[in-house]
Write a protein that binds this ligand. Structure first.
Ligand SMILES: [Zn+2]
Ligand SMILES: [Zn+2]
Length: 438
């Protein structure tokens, strides 16, 4: 089996790079993954997977941080011009850019799911020769959209894995589900897929990420450091007035926001674990001689556990309300994203650790957990749902050399990580019956 698998991986190595560079060039940020989704759907369909797409796998009301209707329409048109496969587009129209592909081996066994994400970031990519994607002609052609987190690689890995699993179908048992998720950045997309029930039948779950400061060639079998998070936009609305002639008639939204910002950063720490608060954006006011009637704040809270994040979030709500009262202004809070904290299932992590150590010599080292903080991830929604149903879930990280940190305009990775990831994930799928018999 080992040699055959290596041969199959070898055959798709070039294709992995082609996919990755194509997705990188036509980067699409969250809920705009129209072109990417049509290409993914077409490939999986041609391989013989049964597909569920769009509204079948995304619950409309559970989507967070959705762009405006107009922006969605414009981006869909942009995707068509850039080669989106129009026969698939109706499924994804309106920001339903998710796909679940199922391979039913016809043999008894459990259901194993892999999740990859497909979105780029709202970022302008470096367009100078020292940045390899530019030098080699595949940097983003879309302004303010860039794959600076490696999700282009994740999508390519998902497609590569689909090829390998199909090819080795006779050696597999049960069902395999490949989940292609939109809008991970800002933790906006996963919840809508979980609420559509896409992992309700899943016994074993794996989400992946490349990079994250893990050394080249290393595999982390169970990232356990994700912070729970809540992202909100707050709008204050006051009353404008002449600042010289009638300042007493104004109600000052700018001051409410400024007072809230200071209050938010003064929320106490938590004795049971780390917490974060950030006011990342504060925009207010209209002119020098006008009492500001409008302010916008973009805020995020985080916590080591769901409870700690909840604590920070509740404090946040009361400070926002208090600041509004101080200035007699109105306010509105919009939920833009959220993720949970989730610990990987220890026996599942142990199994992956043992199998990969034995069967994946491409990995220079295999470790069970991640030492450094990892930010937040909405794959945790999938993990929590699978675990709540009695299944096993984990989050793998494939280390690779990076040209710059994640979310930087010069981000790039060593593309060899993709075939290592496909080999590792296929190995786990092929050995899953060993887990079931232990
Ligand atoms: Zn990211
Ligand atoms: Zn990412």
């Amino acid at each position: 089996m080992g040699i055959l698998l290596n041969e199959s991986i070898q055959q798709i190595t070039e294709q992995l790079q082609n996919w990755r560079r194509d997705f990188h060039h036509f980067a699409e940020s969250g809920w705009f993954e129209f072109r990417t989704a049509t290409i993914v759907a077409d490939e999986l369909h041609r391989l013989g997977y049964s597909l569920k797409m769009g509204k079948e796998v995304i619950k409309a009301e559970a989507r967070m941080g959705l762009p405006s209707e107009q922006a969605l329409q414009e981006q869909e048109q942009r995707a068509i011009k850039q080669g989106a496969l129009v026969e698939w587009l109706p499924h994804f129209s309106g920001g339903f850019t998710g796909i679940v592909a199922t391979l039913d081996t016809g043999k008894p066994g459990s259901t194993l799911a892999f999740r990859v994400d497909m979105d780029a970031l709202d970022l302008n990519e470096d367009q100078t020769h020292i940045h390899r994607p530019y030098a080699e002609g595949f940097s983003s052609c879309n302004a303010h959209m860039m794959h600076a987190c490696g999700h282009d690689g994740h999508t390519a890995i998902g497609l590569g894995l689909a090829h390998i699993l199909k090819k080795h179908q006779s050696q597999l048992t049960g069902k395999i589900k490949l989940i292609f998720q939109p809008a991970e950045e800002g933790t906006r997309g996963a919840k809508s897929m979980v609420e559509a029930g896409v992992v309700d039948d899943v016994d074993f779950f794996i989400a992946i990420h490349l990079g994250l400061s893990v050394p080249q060639g290393e595999l982390v079998c169970g990232c356990d450091n994700f912070l729970a998070t809540t992202k909100i936009d707050v709008t204050y609305r006051g009353v404008s007035a002449h600042s010289g002639a009638k300042p007493e008639e104004g109600k000052n939204a700018l001051l409410a926001a400024a007072q809230a910002a200071l209050g938010l950063h003064a929320i106490p720490r938590h004795s049971e674990g780390s917490s974060r608060i950030n006011v990342g954006v504060l925009q207010a006011g209209i002119g020098r001689n006008v009492i500001p009637d409008y302010a916008l704040m973009k805020i995020e809270t985080r916590g080591k556990t769901n409870e700690i994040n909840e604590f920070i979030y509740h404090q946040t709500l009361s400070i926002i309300e208090g600041a509004a009262k101080m200035q007699s202004v109105e306010y509105e809070i919009k939920l833009m994203g959220a993720a949970q904290s989730s610990l990987p299932s220890p026996v599942w992590v142990d199994f992956i650790y043992q199998q990969t150590q034995k069967n994946t010599p491409e990995l220079s080292s295999v470790v069970k957990s991640l030492q450094q903080p990892a930010g937040s991830e909405d794959a945790t929604y999938f993990m929590e749902r699978v675990k709540a149903n009695g299944g096993q879930a984990t989050y793998l990280i494939f280390g690779t050399e990076l040209s710059a940190g994640h979310h930087n305009e010069r981000f790039d990775f060593d593309e060899n990580v993709m075939k290592t990831a496909v080999k590792t994930l296929a190995t786990i799928a092929l050995h899953l019956p060993d887990f079931e018999t232990t």
